[in-house]
Design a protein around this ligand. Structure first.
Ligand code: PGA
Length: 256
């Protein structure tokens, strides 16, 4: 049984004060239930603060939005895995489509980061997904296959099982336009089939695949009830503590 994982990707939002205010409300709304794994991914500047808030909290894990693959050195503006570990970070989002399109991250770069994260006991959340032009051109499977082969090259089956994949169709991110549950399920099933082919069926059955792209409380149940959808990576709707808690509650309800 794959444990569902709901993550809040705050992107370049939330000051220290706003982060604190978020958790005052969110932790009350969330309660103690641990059926669903919950991850909050603040900007780097709020990691230490949020880590402090979560120190004695068992229900929420900490994630980071990016990292560099080298251990240390002359990489102005970058942050390495060891620095994240020091702040008790568990997960790191890699290859988000905004990183790929706005900051030039290739599959090769995402691959280096993924291997470095795993080597440092961080669990990568590796994002993949097609653009609207690629979907309209019937390229969805070809694009996903290329991203999987490139971003996850060289992982052992054990490492693959530690990795979370986020399927985020670029046209659904921040647009209010969600993939239908059927479209998302079809992409997730394809991703799992590729993983079985490239690694093995057992590892593929264990990998969690999140959906991301305009997830909100009202569409959570229909997406999360699909057999190959194992969670959500939530952007905009994760900035509202009540709304994000509701997304977790909707997911828990499906497991009750
Ligand atoms: P969104 O973002 O929920 O605002 O569409 C999702 C993401 O980019 O991870």
């Amino acid at each position: 049984m794959r444990k569902k994982i709901i993550a809040a990707n705050w992107k370049m939002n939330m000051t220290l004060g706003e982060s604190e205010a978020f958790f005052e409300t969110f932790l009350l709304e969330l309660g103690e239930d641990r059926k669903v794994e919950v991850v909050v991914v603040p900007p780097f500047t709020a990691l230490a603060k949020v880590g402090e808030i979560l120190r004695d909290v068992q229900t929420v894990k900490l994630g980071a939005q990016n990292m560099h693959w080298e251990k240390s050195g002359a990489f102005t503006g970058e942050i390495c895995a060891g620095m994240l570990r020091e702040l008790f970070v568990h997960y790191v989002v890699l290859g988000h489509s905004e990183r790929r399109t706005l900051f030039g991250e290739s599959d090769e770069i995402v691959n280096k980061k993924t291997l470095a994260a795993l080597a440092n006991s961080l669990r990568p959340i590796v994002c993949i997904g097609e653009t609207l032009a690629e979907r309209d051109g019937n390229q969805v499977e070809a694009v996903l296959e290329k991203q999987i082969r490139g971003s996850l090259a060289g992982l052992t089956a054990d490492q693959l099982e530690e990795t979370v994949i986020a399927y985020e169709p670029v046209w659904a991110i921040g647009t209010g336009r969600t993939a239908t549950p059927e479209q998302a399920q079809a992409a997730h099933a394809f991703i799992r089939k590729m993983l079985a082919q490239l690694w093995n069926a057992d590892a593929a059955a264990k990998v969690r695949i999140q959906y991301g792209g305009s997830v909100k409380p009202s569409n959570t149940a229909s997406l999360m009830s699909q057999p190959d959808i194992d969670g959500a990576l939530v952007g905009g709707a994760s900035l509202d503590p009540r709304g994000f808690a509701e997304i977790v509650q909707e997911t828990r309800k499906l497991l009750a």
